[in-house]
Design a protein around this ligand. Structure first.
Ligand SMILES: O=C(O)COP(=O)(O)O
Ligand SMILES: [Mg+2]
Length: 241
């Protein structure tokens, strides 16, 4: 059976841009450790992992604002002072240096990266996470060598859902929007891709805050990267189990 990716690109895209948190790695445990270390220092109540999962995806300042106010959105976020947010962010980042590695690769990811690399598809990471933390996530998982470009949330004046990081990444890779595929777990990824004229693929296992990702027009939506590229693995005789 021909996959949605093969049908769209008549084969494989020239470049695949991956979101990081919730797409390649389950980073919530490391983020929750740092959030709670920050809250302890500020003598505030700790939060549970499931709350932190709901708060990931809009960069670290938003995560810290949500943790300090104990909710995802609402007037409480706006009531925080600049100095509270700055202090929280400094503490969070100091602790996250220690806990960023507390994350796990989602199933099917390594096989997909190996498959794409073997097919000379260029790969990049476009994340809203500050870029300084990316090496401590990729290195222990031995993922560093797969990516030609890594763009973090504070590399540019805008982050996803703005299309600027995708435009900049395509420029660096010297590929056109039509030659690229964005793979993500949240509306931010799919909106940024759509605005940049890039096809997208949505994974349902990440941090989508209950949103219906189908509404943002991915060419494929599912719960395993291996399934998205599955028929191509099969044709190469590569195991996806
Ligand atoms: O740090 C975040 O907000 C998450 O980043 P990502 O999902 O764009 O990788
Ligand atoms: Mg994500």
């Amino acid at each position: 059976m021909i996959s949605a990716i093969e049908a769209h690109f008549s084969g494989l895209p020239k470049a695949v841009l991956f979101d990081l948190d919730g797409t390649l790695v389950d980073s919530a445990p490391g983020l929750a450790s740092a959030v709670n270390a920050m809250l302890r220092e500020l003598k505030r109540p700790e939060v549970d992992l499931s709350s932190v999962r709901q708060w990931i995806g809009n960069g670290q300042e938003t995560l810290v604002r949500r943790a300090l106010s104990g909710c995802h959105s609402g007037p409480e976020l706006g009531q925080l002072t600049q100095s509270e947010v700055r202090k929280g962010l400094d503490l969070f980042r100091r602790h996250y240096q220690e806990s960023a590695h507390e994350c796990a690769l989602f199933g099917g990811v390594r096989e997909t990266l190996e498959h794409l690399q073997a097919q000379q598809v260029v790969m990049a990471i476009v994340t809203n996470k500050p870029v300084e933390f990316v090496p401590s996530i990729l290195a222990p998982l031995q993922l560093t060598g797969f990516f030609t470009v890594v763009l973090g949330g504070e590399c540019l004046p805008e982050k996803k859902p703005h299309p600027l990081p995708i435009h900049r990444c395509l420029e660096k890779l010297a590929v056109t929007p039509a030659q690229a595929l964005m793979v993500g777990d949240s509306a931010n990824d799919l909106i940024a891709a759509r605005e940049a004229g890039v096809a997208s693929l949505a994974l349902t296992y990440g941090y989508h805050q209950g949103q219906d990702l189908q509404a943002f027009g991915p060419i494929w939506l599912g719960d395993s990267l291996a399934d998205a590229f599955g028929s191509q693995y099969d044709s190469l005789g590569v195991s996806v189990t």
